[in-house]
Design a protein around this ligand. Structure first.
Ligand code: NAD
Length: 364
């Protein structure tokens, strides 16, 4: 098959290590990829004046497919998340996160198999915020009071939660189409419509309307997000495809990762009508960055999703099978997995794990 050109944004923190590991394993799967490396993150600010250089966006647009490592977002500064900016600029409205147990990875269940479909463009991630004490916050507080909408304390910071019919319809349709395409039986919408009637309520109402168009083909139900969390932990087999507004989807992703053995093994993708950017669920893990301790499985499984996307199905399956084999053997596993499995066996480094996996994938 022809060579693919893929933009690689290694990111920072453990991203540097996990991206290098991912490249080695993809190469071991025998697929020819030309990696076009592009920069993003705080380290770019001096050189480009922005953490998300235009040439990085252009590279993704040119190749249409990218894989990225995590990028650190400093907390409480004016520096906005590069991840959110990337999703917005490329209109990556879907965050897709398959959650599948890997036997030997320390999951609480051996047979979790569900898919998170998270809305990626609005909700509390819209980035519409008013700082405590600002003119904007004061005007908004006055407006809410004058409208009789409610009293907001004067010393409040305010984040706006917009939820639209357009984005809700797009994401729920994606969830149903994904279910149909992948032979999945049910879509569940998670929400808090009982409290946020005009935002989550609109999401739920839209989901119900879309569900009608798929009646008889894909089942539909809904769950209030807090009940959903308990149901998920106790009975993950109740769920199949789950569609969320942005914030709940973010939180549920880590919860699901925890059920399966942790962030070290949870892959994902950000998908739009034109472009797709594949990336692990985890962040840049500053606590272990640069120490060769990171588990690269999540980024490697994200690469398998990327290979599916570009039509390299055999190589993608080789990588997934290689991962299952290495975990089932249990000889070379990183420290996060030893902790998840409560094992005293010695853990290996990121590079030792990568050596073992690359050898296994090459053998298959
Ligand atoms: P994190 O996911 O980086 O780390 C949480 C915990 O999980 C840490 O103890 C870390 O050591 C561990 N961990 C994560 N990935 C691991 C891996 N592959 N192997 C072994 N252990 C792993 O979350 P955080 O600490 O909340 O965030 C750190 C930074 O990453 C923040 O700046 C945050 O904004 C950013 N972040 C970026 C992305 C992204 O780029 N897509 C996603 C989430 C967080």
């Amino acid at each position: 098959m022809a060579k693919h050109v893929v933009t690689l944004i290694p990111g920072d923190g453990i991203g540097v290590e996990t991206s290098a590991a991912m490249q080695r394993v993809v190469e071991a799967a025998g697929v020819e990829i030309e990696w076009e490396v592009a920069k993003a993150g705080a380290a770019c600010i001096d050189e480009f004046g922005t953490p998300l250089p235009e040439e990085t966006l252009e590279a993704v647009k040119r190749n249409k497919v990218a894989i990225k490592g995590p990028i650190t977002t400093p907390v409480g500064t004016g520096f906005r998340s590069v991840n959110v900016a990337l999703r917005k600029s490329l209109e990556l409205y879907v965050c897709l996160r398959p959650v599948i147990s890997i036997p030997g990875a320390g999951g609480r269940y051996e047979d979790v198999d569900l898919v998170i479909v998270r809305e990626n463009s609005e909700d509390l991630y819209a980035g519409i915020e008013f700082e405590k004490g600002s003119d904007g916050a004061a005007r908004l507080i006055d407006f809410c009071k004058a409208e009789g909408a409610g009293v907001i304390r004067e010393d409040s910071g305010i984040s706006i939660k917009p939820i639209s019919v357009t984005a809700s319809r797009n994401i729920v349709e994606y969830a149903f189409e994904y279910a149909l395409k992948h032979g999945r039986k049910k879509v569940t919408a998670a929400h808090k419509a009982n409290i946020m009637k005009y935002s989550d309520g609109l999401f739920l109402q839209t989901a119900r309307e879309v569900a009608k168009e798929y009646e008889g083909r894909v089942e539909f139900n809904d769950n209030i997000i807090d009940a959903f969390c308990m149901n998920l932990v106790m009975n993950p087999d109740w769920f199949d495809v789950i569609v969320f507004p942005n914030l709940y989807g973010d939180i549920a992703s880590d919860l699901c990762a925890g059920l399966c053995g942790g962030l070290g093994i949870a892959p994902g993708a950000n998908i739009g009508k034109e472009y797709a950017v594949f990336e692990a669920v985890h962040g840049s893990a500053p606590d272990i960055a640069g120490k060769n301790l990171a588990n690269p499985t999540a980024e490697i499984l994200s690469a398998a999703m990327m290979l599916d996307h570009v039509g390299e199905l055999e190589a993608a399956e080789k990588i997934r099978q290689g991962v299952r084999n290495v975990y089932a053997r249990g000889e070379k596993l990183t420290a996060d997995i030893r902790r998840a499995t409560r094992s005293d066996a010695p853990s290996c480094s990121c590079s030792e794990f990568t050596d073992a996996l690359a050898a296994e994938v090459a053998r298959l």
